[in-house]
Design a protein around this ligand. Structure first.
Ligand code: TRH
Length: 364
């Protein structure tokens, strides 16, 4: 089938990260995808190699849409995906109303909260605008049956089985080669108040530790935290801090597969860390109304997280007393058992793209 996927980059990289991953997954299954995005610049490092079957288009302005409307050869896709409620341009909606209406999907944000299973797959009639009377279908990713599932491309486990950790780490462009006896921790976060506590905890552990810091906000946050601690930006004691360049999504997976603990954030890197099967700590996208606290608790409970890992999550996300910047101790052995079990549990679930394809087949 032919797909039109619309994506607005709010801030950070997850909107585009998810839409690209979905587009590439569909294309690799033989579909043709047009990805319409207002700011595609992050694809330069996220997916430098592009993907056959995916064409990237600037978010269409009225002029472009007028041209498309006159272009007799232009056809709206069989499926239109409005990612994260990004509101399709009215003129495009008018094009959708001509001819056979496409299946209109609103792909929602990922959450483990109860409302997801209740809302997933429901139709919402379009009450106004040129597509009035059409139905928009709400598709909610999720961790449990009754939701739309999680993005997991078909060849992922084959890739993981073939991965050569040692040679990938050796080729990593960082300040100092990684030592075999170093514990590896990746850091992808916003600005957690507990970051200084993490750095000082890691500098005093009993094992040499390498913190691999992702480019962008994590790197800036680490510089600020080391200054606050009067610590060198390269770390101290048992801790050595290495800044990473922006990695492609493929290499970002390799980072997660190589580390003994992954600090991830937002939505897409959380799912990739779950597939990595290594201990993870999730930093939620902070929301003013603290809605992310409920989202976090629901996640910890839905995935039966060990108590101490949940306590670590609450501290890392500043739940309870945000001023508390202390962190509980890490228990990587028990956290790894949980991560492996959770990976197996979630891999048994039908992946999001497969569920989306059968959902669309019913609605066409
Ligand atoms: O960047 P994020 O914080 O995006 C967030 C979430 O999507 C959140 O749901 C949304 O509300 C908010 O944006 C607006 O975190 P996320 O979701 O993990 O997306 C990051 C993407 O960037 C992910 O696809 C991984 C990718 N990435 C790389 O490929 N290479 C890198 O070097 C880095 C740092 C990220």
């Amino acid at each position: 089938m032919r797909w039109d996927i619309f994506c607005r980059v709010i801030d950070n990289h997850g909107d585009l990260g998810v839409c690209w991953r979905l587009s590439a997954d569909l294309a690799q299954r033989g579909h043709t995808v047009r990805l319409w995005v207002d700011d595609a610049s992050a694809l330069a490092w996220m997916a430098p190699q592009g993907c056959t079957g995916v064409s990237v288009h600037a978010w269409p302005n009225d002029e472009t849409l007028q041209v498309l409307a006159q272009d007799k050869t232009f056809e709206v896709g069989d499926v239109v995906v409005e990612a994260f409620g990004c509101e399709l341009p009215e003129t495009f909606q008018a094009l959708m109303a001509q001819g056979t209406p496409p299946v209109w999907i609103n792909l929602e944000y990922l959450s483990a909260e109860d409302y997801v299973a209740r809302s997933h797959g429901l139709a919402s009639p379009v009450m106004s605008g040129p597509a009035r009377g059409a139905s928009k279908w709400f598709f909610f990713p999720g961790f449990t049956a009754g939701t739309g599932g999680l993005l997991r491309e078909p060849h992922l486990s084959a890739r993981q089985a073939a991965f050569d950790r040692a040679s990938w780490l050796n080729a990593l462009p960082i300040d100092k080669a990684i030592d075999a006896n170093e514990r590896l921790i990746s850091l992808f976060c916003y600005e957690p108040t507990a970051l200084p506590a993490l750095l000082s905890q890691l500098s005093q552990t009993d094992q040499p530790t390498r913190l691999l810091v992702a480019q962008g906000r994590p790197k800036t946050a680490v510089v600020a935290a080391t200054q606050a601690l009067n610590m060198s930006s390269h770390g101290a004691g048992q801790l050595h801090i290495s800044a990473l360049p922006y990695l492609s999504q493929i290499d970002f997976d390799h980072l997660l597969w190589s580390c003994d603990l992954n600090f991830v954030r937002g939505e897409d890197s959380l799912v990739r860390a779950l597939w990595a099967g290594q201990p993870l700590v999730w930093h939620l996208y902070p929301q003013d109304d603290l809605a992310h606290h409920d989202k976090l608790i629901a996640f910890c409970q839905a995935l039966h997280m060990p108590e101490d890992l949940m306590a670590f999550h609450l501290a890392w996300n500043g739940v309870q007393n945000p001023s508390n910047s202390e962190l509980p101790r890490m228990a990587l052995d028990t956290w790894r058992v949980w991560a492996q079990r959770t990976q197996q549990l979630l891999q048994a679930q039908t992946d999001l793209t497969s569920q989306l394809l059968s959902f669309v087949a019913q609605k066409r």
